[in-house]
Design a protein around this ligand. Structure first.
Ligand code: SAM
Ligand code: TMP
Ligand code: ZN
Length: 414
């Protein structure tokens, strides 16, 4: 637990129905991507951000579900293509799909959570039948402008059946950084079952629980990340719905992720990588309460260190800003009590976030063009997963004597 007063609760696992034991409580948190209009700052929605693990299937999951249309809607501001590293990652992923799963006659690819079309653009350009499904209308408009077909709705059993009726079966259903966001996971798997060709594959990438615990990436916990997947829990989840985990690949993006490939049970041979990663994972103790107690202690220490450092720097008259108005930063700012008194502004390249206030903490979001007017003394890097890209872009900040503050894997200055 993290020092809050609410007693831990036991809930029912959203995957297997087993008992979920609460292990982390971040208190009241805003919707992480609901950037606030400065004139309407009193209309925010808060929820309790608490996490538990299932004592049966080991799935780590939240205890309260934020209604999906409060998170993903017309004005959802996240745009996947803001990062050159992620553009390259998805270009390579699209090429991989084109060379492996999309080689038959008239193949059909569906993406769940296609956002601004970062992945599908290369599949569309290759002339392959495709369909993106994403409820966030603003992002879908950007994708459509690239010539990509998108249905603006939630993927679930009903929409999957409609897609199947209109387009026939899908050879591959791909998804990145979206399946772990979907609490109603049974409907997703029933939808995949309805839409996927008999020998098709469902491939999804998501943050890896092993990395989150090992490196104290506590800010990977926010409303959208309803589940924190591991190899073991995904294997159990797939089996619950008649599928098998047939491959698992470690990815370096977003601080550490895994690309899971699942297929109908019996339709494909599992790759030896699954057993290898599972064996390695057992050593991490992801299913045991001790692990979460240690994780909670590390999180509390990071909070104390970060708050102490920011207060110390401010008391000495230094200026501090944030960099990257990430969804992750909502957990950091609201859990640590960081507001405009400590951090005067957060710089972010997303036009949809600029001119607004950060959720809950109400720090103004500004364009990176204003970062050097004048440079602050310190910048807290909320977008630490894009550190190389941002530090290279903002080289002049350090040349001018500025220093970056990082809080993962622990609080340090570079
Ligand atoms: N795939 C992109 C990437 O990896 O950068 C976007 C990830 S973004 C964090 C999650 C996306 O999933 C959002 O665009 C959101 O609207 C979408 N989403 C959420 N629930 C969904 C659902 N049930 N079906 C389809 N898309 C969904
Ligand atoms: P993410 O960690 O969820 O991908 O969000 C990254 C945020 O950081 C997003 O709001 C865009 C912002 N960003 C910049 O401001 N500059 C950059 O160079 C990069 C890569 C991201
Ligand atoms: Zn379970």
């Amino acid at each position: 637990m993290l020092g809050n007063d609410v007693p831990p609760t036991v809930a029912e696992c959203r995957v297997c129905g087993g008992a979920v034991q609460e292990c982390l409580d971040f208190g009241q948190q805003p919707v992480s991507s609901a950037f606030v209009d400065p004139d309407r700052a009193d209309a925010e929605v808060f929820f309790r951000l608490a996490v538990g693990f299932c004592t049966t299937c080991t799935m780590v999951q939240q205890l309260e579900e934020v209604p999906r249309d409060q998170m993903f809607r017309l004005d959802y501001p996240y745009r996947s293509s803001g990062s050159a590293v992620m553009r390259k990652h998805f270009e390579q992923t699209a090429r991989h799909l084109l060379e492996t799963e999309l080689t038959g006659p008239d193949p059909f690819a569906v993406e769940v959570g296609s956002n601004d079309g970062i992945l599908l653009q290369d599949i569309a350009n290759a002339g392959i039948r495709h369909l993106g499904v994403d409820p966030s209308g603003g992002a879908a408009t950007v994708a459509r402008a690239k010539g990509i077909r998108v249905r603006v709705e939630f993927f679930e059993e009903t929409s999957a059946r409609a897609i199947r009726a209109e387009n026939g079966p899908a050879d591959v259903i791909f998804s990145a950084n979206t399946i772990s966001h979907i609490a109603y996971i049974g409907s997703i798997f029933r939808g995949v079952d309805a839409l996927l060709a008999p020998n098709g594959v469902f491939i999804f990438e998501d943050r890896y629980l092993g990395d989150i615990i090992e490196h104290t990436y506590f800010d990977q916990i926010y409303d959208e990340h309803f589940y924190l997947f591991s190899i073991q829990s995904v294997q159990a989840m797939a089996a619950t719905y008649g599928f098998s985990l047939i491959n698992a690949e470690r990815l370096s993006v977003h601080g550490g992720a895994v690309r899971y490939t699942v297929a109908r049970t019996g339709s494909r041979e599992p790759d030896p990588a699954v057993a290898e990663l599972l064996a390695r994972e057992h050593a991490l103790g992801l299913g045991t309460p001790d692990t979460y107690e240690r994780f909670a202690a590390n999180i509390s220490r990071t909070r104390d260190d970060l708050v102490a450092l920011l207060h110390d720097l401010r008391s000495k008259g230094h200026t501090i800003v944030g960099y990257g108005a990430t969804a992750k930063s909502a957990t950091v700012a609201n859990y640590c009590g960081i507001g405009p008194d400590l951090i005067s502004a957060v710089f972010d390249s997303t036009a949809e976030k600029q001119g607004r206030l950060t959720p809950g903490s109400h720090i103004p979001v500004l364009s990176p063009e204003e970062f050097g007017n004048p440079y602050p003394d310190y910048a807290l890097l909320f977008a630490w997963n894009h550190a190389d890209e941002i530090m290279a872009k903002e080289r002049r900040f350090r040349e001018n004597g500025g220093r970056w503050i990082l809080y993962v894997p622990d609080v340090h200055i570079v």
